[in-house]
Design a protein around this ligand. Structure first.
Ligand code: AMP
Length: 575
């Protein structure tokens, strides 16, 4: 992978053309490099006995899930040499969404991943430069955030992939061109308190409102959250702008000092008045385009579980292009959207053949075929496998993608779904198993009362920010003779806590940092789940869905809610 940040636009264009024209050769070379380099690792030795031949790789190396390779990864996590899986030393672990045996997935990584991240950012900005007008003269207000890292028993750091990149030298020493020019100082991105960071991001962006040409965050959920902070704090932001000083509650010294430099101690009463007038309007439709009049596009991942935020963003951003550029995971970077101004429903990603070796299991037909990147067919859907340079071989990512077209020889993919995920608000991905476990935990609490759970389903409610999980419960009295149901608030709040305690680290992270609101139990009338079944066209095979996706079904549930319980509501209310 070449470092291309010093290339001019023409040279970057050539790199992209070369990558998309020579997919097969580049993938074969990369696989050869991976197998040769790692031939002596314990993992590959077990199956390939030192060979780096592609045919043997395809024949002998098993297709695995995280569970399968967890024993190898755990040994590295616990301090054994990293060459069990990777010849290039593992330097850190990414905390990936999803659980394995109740614990979070720890994905091994090293600088090769960061190199890929830096590379893809350069290519993305090159593509943006080609499509968007007059973006090179301004700054990006990007709500980048980092989260605290922890340490594995072996002493290596554990962090989220994006945090790791922002804290790395690749970001620190990034090129000084407009691609990476932001309205916020780095210290605001690197601070450890999300609330303070978001406030400071907004303050810096508002002070430089005429220079901001793009607004975004990694995921759409992050941007919606920043808009909520703006809604809640605009009066205070205006007061800070008016006086040229920063609110006392911003105590993070990095944020404080760096934002102080942006404010320069200079009172800006006119600017403050202008912002106040804009924010006092009754309707906030298109507010981002009014507050930041030079903004040319919105930048955030909008596909998969983030698609639900598109209507909200359209409301606040009017007709600004919503641009979703990157497709990546803790295991690898996949690729980018080379048609960035397309409509949200048309977003596809072109996989870059130099980042990892990709394979595809067709969703239809089960003849055991595993295809290479150059062999996938238009209109077909596949499960994605990754072999990377840092210790993962033929690993199922859990994503289903569909081929929508080609750029040169490189296929473009629509993200179809993440397998098994039922609930997601931010970067959390709760699967069916996690949800069942959580409900079972809560059921133990309910068992101590005179009620029993009849049925349940769930919904990711994003109608307010931050969004939260709603779990609809139908309950009945254990004792048939008892008259009327008695909802003991304490019991139900304990049930909420039991469910939240049972969910994975990514969920808890979101809760702790405020990107996910408290889980709610909505108790529904007796017979509501029968009414849900009546909506189904195939009643004979009907199974209560673990998660509700249809508007109609949601309406049935909502109109039947008789009590709501959540640790957010100071008093949960019984209708
Ligand atoms: P994690 O490893 O926790 O960062 O999660 C990675 C997963 O997030 C991917 O495997 C996808 O399921 C999802 N994801 C990442 N980027 C996108 C995208 N552009 N569109 C849809 N889903 C995405």
């Amino acid at each position: 992978m070449s470092i291309i940040s010093d290339f001019n636009e023409k040279e970057k264009g050539k790199v992209l053309e070369n990558l998309t024209c020579n997919v097969e050769q580049i993938q074969d070379d990369l696989l050869k490099e991976i197998l040769t380099l790692n031939a002596e690792t314990e993992y590959l030795q077990n199956f390939l006995h030192g060979s780096s031949a592609k045919e043997l790789f395809k024949k002998k190396l098993p297709i695995v899930t995280y569970e399968d390779v967890k024993p190898y990864i755990d040994r590295v996590v616990n301090g054994e040499p990293t060459n069990i899986i990777s010849a290039i030393p593992i330097t850190n672990f990414f905390l990936s969404s999803g659980t394995s045996g109740g614990a979070n997935k720890m994905i091994p990584s090293n600088n090769k991943y960061l190199e890929g991240y830096a590379f893809i950012n350069d290519i993305i900005m090159h593509v943006i430069n080609k499509h968007a007008k007059a973006v090179e003269k301004g700054k990006g207000m990007l709500f980048f955030l980092t989260y605290l890292e922890s340490k594995a028993p072996c002493g290596l750091p554990i962090a989220a992939a994006t945090s790791w990149y922002l804290k790395s030298d690749y970001f620190k020493n990034r090129s000084s061109n407009w691609y990476y020019t932001y309205s916020s100082p780095d210290e605001v991105m690197l601070g450890s308190d999300t609330k303070q960071n978001l406030y400071c991001h907004l303050l810096c962006g508002l002070v430089q409102r005429d220079e901001v040409v793009r607004i975004g965050s990694i995921f759409a959920s992050g941007l919606v959250r920043a808009i909520k902070v703006l809604e809640d704090s605009w009066k205070e932001l205006c007061s800070n702008i008016q006086s040229g000083s920063l609110s006392e509650w911003i105590t993070d010294s990095g944020c404080r000092n760096s934002v102080f430099m942006v404010l320069g101690g200079q009172p800006r009463p006119e600017l403050s008045d202008k912002i106040e007038t804009i924010c006092s309007q009754k309707s906030w439709k298109g507010i981002l385009t009014i507050l930041w009049p030079q903004v040319k596009y919105i930048d955030a991942i909008l596909t998969g579980s983030m698609a639900k935020y598109v209507p909200t963003l359209k409301y606040y951003c009017s007709d600004l292009p919503l641009v979703s550029t990157l497709y990546a995971s803790s295991e690898t970077i996949f690729g980018l959207n080379i048609d960035p101004l397309c409509k949200p429903e048309d977003i596809s990603y072109t996989l870059m053949p130099n980042l990892s070796y990709f394979e595809f299991i067709p969703m239809e037909g089960d003849n055991g075929d595993v295809l290479d990147l150059e062999d996938v067919k238009l209109g077909c859907s596949y499960q994605l496998l990754v072999t990377n340079l840092w210790g993962l071989y033929r690993m199922r990512i859990g994503d289903v993608v569909e081929v929508t077209g080609f750029h040169n020889k490189a296929p473009q993919f629509r993200f179809v779904r993440r397998e098994k995920v039922v609930l997601s608000i931010d970067t959390d991905k709760t699967n069916e198993e996690d949800l069942f476990k959580a409900v079972n935990r809560a059921n133990l609490v309910l068992d101590s009362s005179d009620l029993m759970l009849v049925d349940f389903t769930s919904y990711a409610d994003i109608s307010s920010s931050p969004g939260h999980y709603v779990v609809y419960w139908e309950v009945k009295a254990k004792n048939e003779d008892s008259k009327g149901l008695n909802f003991n608030e304490k019991t139900f709040l304990e049930c909420c806590s039991a469910m939240e305690d049972s969910l994975d680290e990514e969920y808890k992270y979101g809760r702790c940092h405020g990107s996910i609101g408290p889980l709610e139990i909505g108790v529904v009338n007796d017979g509501t789940f029968d009414a849900l079944m009546d909506l189904s066209t195939s009643k004979a095979q009907y199974k209560t869905p673990t998660c509700i996706t249809s508007e109609k079904a949601l309406q049935v549930l909502e109109t039947n809610v008789v009590a709501r319980f959540s640790n957010a509501l100071s008093e949960s209310h019984v209708a």
